[in-house]
Design a protein. Structure first.
Length: 507
């Protein structure tokens, strides 16, 4: 029993010793492995550090080399700049020296010229004194005598030269102008119908007249008050005559009456309603008319507001001529003439189309239609050249560009076409008599005759009282007087005729 216990204790002690030594062995082995790994890591770190340092040294060397190369280039550029500056300085020195020499030469020449001038003055004074002694005339008297002789001798030559030059130039210009305008008018053959101050509205039934008049005339009074026109009921059968000087009002009245007849209920309240509808409908139609007019002549870049005003010209007349029709015709003619003259076709075309745009609102705004038109076009930023082309058609503004002459010419062409405009016989006769009366009031006028339907005024003068220069001045004065005192469409030609007759009798 005792031995077994001792053996057991001894075995336990032995086991403990063996376990201790085993743990020691394992611990030393693990420590050796850790030391090995640490050493390897250190070696790898040192290797990488060496590579990094090597790369950094290589990059530093490269940067240093580049810096040295840049420094060399800069030094070379600086040397080149210094070289050029030195060359310029040498050149400037040479020029300064040259200028100094030239200045000296000029100074010497100036002094010599002054001396020469002094000698000439002395010689001139000496000659003048000798001439005064010989001729018995002073210097001023001799000068006046020579000038008078030269003036009298050259006067007739100047007159003949001026007349010949003007005649040849005028003939050439007139021939070219006639060819261009004739061609343009032949290419644009559009019929003209003068606008009237009445519109005929057909009725399907005569009994409708009673409805339009209404009880005690209240309907027709309401219509006339709302539209501002006059309705003539009993003048023509099965129709109503709408009378007004304003085509816009006539059209509103026509549309309103058509709506009332179609509705069948004609009474004051309904009349006001239909008149307002007619006005709104016509405003829309006005824009469409403006767009159609612009498209017809090939103008596509006008603002909506300008197109609206252009459409309103359809309901304006001038001497019985529809203003929009007149403007469209002018645009076509201006386009053709500008093309023949190799000028800006678009500028001429737009200037002609918009030349009377001010008439759309001239009854609402104070000022001439030309000034109003200029303000409208400036407001909507229309090309300044278009404004310059349209502003001179009544010669209120100077002709700024060649296209302005074209607009003025086609305005006269369109207005002067037979049938384009109307005037009463009384006004026509009065205008002719006024033309002859104005010419007869000038001194030296023998007879004056208005011919070519008032388009030309022939003035015969007394040759002893009016010379050739006086005839030119008289024509200008008569034209200015007519322009300031008379109103007329188109242009009037003032033709002053000075006829010299020499008569002698053989006995």
């Amino acid at each position: 029993m005792g031995n077994s216990f001792l053996l057991l204790i001894g075995g336990a002690v032995f086991g403990l010793l063996v376990g201790y030594f085993v743990r020691q062995f394992l611990a030393s082995k693990q420590a050796a492995s850790t030391e090995k790994r640490t050493k390897q890591a250190l070696e790898e770190a040192e290797s990488r550090a060496g590579k990094i340092i090597l790369n950094a040294e290589e990059k530093a060397a490269s940067v240093l080399a580049e810096a040295k190369e840049d420094e060399k280039k800069r030094q070379a550029e600086i040397r080149e700049i210094e070289k050029r500056l030195l060359q310029r300085e040498e050149t400037l020195d040479k020029k300064l020296n040259s200028l100094g020499e030239e200045e000296n030469i000029l100074r010497r020449k100036e002094e010599a010229a002054k001396e020469r001038e002094k000698e000439i003055d002395e010689l001139r004074n000496k000659i003048e004194k000798e001439l005064e002694k010989i001729g018995g005339l002073s210097k001023e008297e001799a000068k006046e005598f020579l000038l008078r002789e030269i003036k009298d001798r050259s006067r007739q030559e100047i007159i003949e030269s001026l007349q010949k030059l003007e005649r040849e130039r005028r003939e050439e210009i007139e021939k070219r102008a006639v060819d261009i305008m004739t061609t343009a008018l032949q290419r644009y053959a559009r019929s003209h119908v003068s606008e009237l101050t009445t519109t005929l509205f057909p009725l399907g039934d005569e009994e409708l007249k009673g409805k339009i008049i209404g009880r005690e005339g209240r309907n027709i009074r309401a219509l006339e008050r709302a539209t501002g026109v006059e309705f003539v009921i009993d003048e023509t059968p099965d129709s109503v005559v709408i009378s007004s000087f304003d085509p816009f009002r006539r059209e509103v009245a026509r549309l309103a009456l058509a709506k009332l007849v179609k509705d069948g209920r004609i009474q004051p309240a309904k009349i006001e309603e239909k008149v307002e509808e007619a006005k709104e409908e016509l405003q829309k139609r006005v824009l469409e008319i403006g767009e159609e007019a612009a498209a017809e002549v090939g103008v596509y870049d006008l603002p909506k507001e300008v197109l609206q005003l252009l459409g309103r010209l359809h309901f304006r007349t001038s001497f019985g001529q529809n203003v929009l029709t007149h403007s469209i015709e002018m645009a076509h003619l201006a386009s053709m003439i500008a093309a023949d003259l190799e000028l800006d076709v678009q500028i001429a075309k737009k200037g002609a189309l918009l030349h009377d745009i001010g008439k759309a609102i001239d009854h609402e705004v104070e000022g001439t239609h030309v000034d109003i038109g200029r303000k409208i076009l400036k407001k909507y930023e229309i090309d300044e050249k278009v404004i310059q082309a349209m502003q001179s058609h009544h010669e209120e503004y100077p002709y700024a560009i060649p296209e302005a002459f074209i607009v003025t010419a086609v305005d006269a062409l369109s207005a002067a076409r037979p049938g384009a405009r109307r005037g009463t016989l009384e006004n026509y006769i009065k205008r002719l008599s006024d033309l002859e009366k104005i010419a007869g009031e000038f001194p030296g006028v023998k007879n004056a005759y208005a011919i070519s339907a008032g388009r030309e005024l022939r003035v015969f003068v007394v040759p002893e009282k009016i010379d050739d220069f006086g005839a030119l001045e008289l024509a200008r004065q008569i034209a200015n007087r007519i322009q300031s005192e008379l109103k007329y469409p188109g242009e009037i030609k003032v033709n002053v005729i000075r006829e010299m007759r020499a008569v002698e009798y053989a006995k």
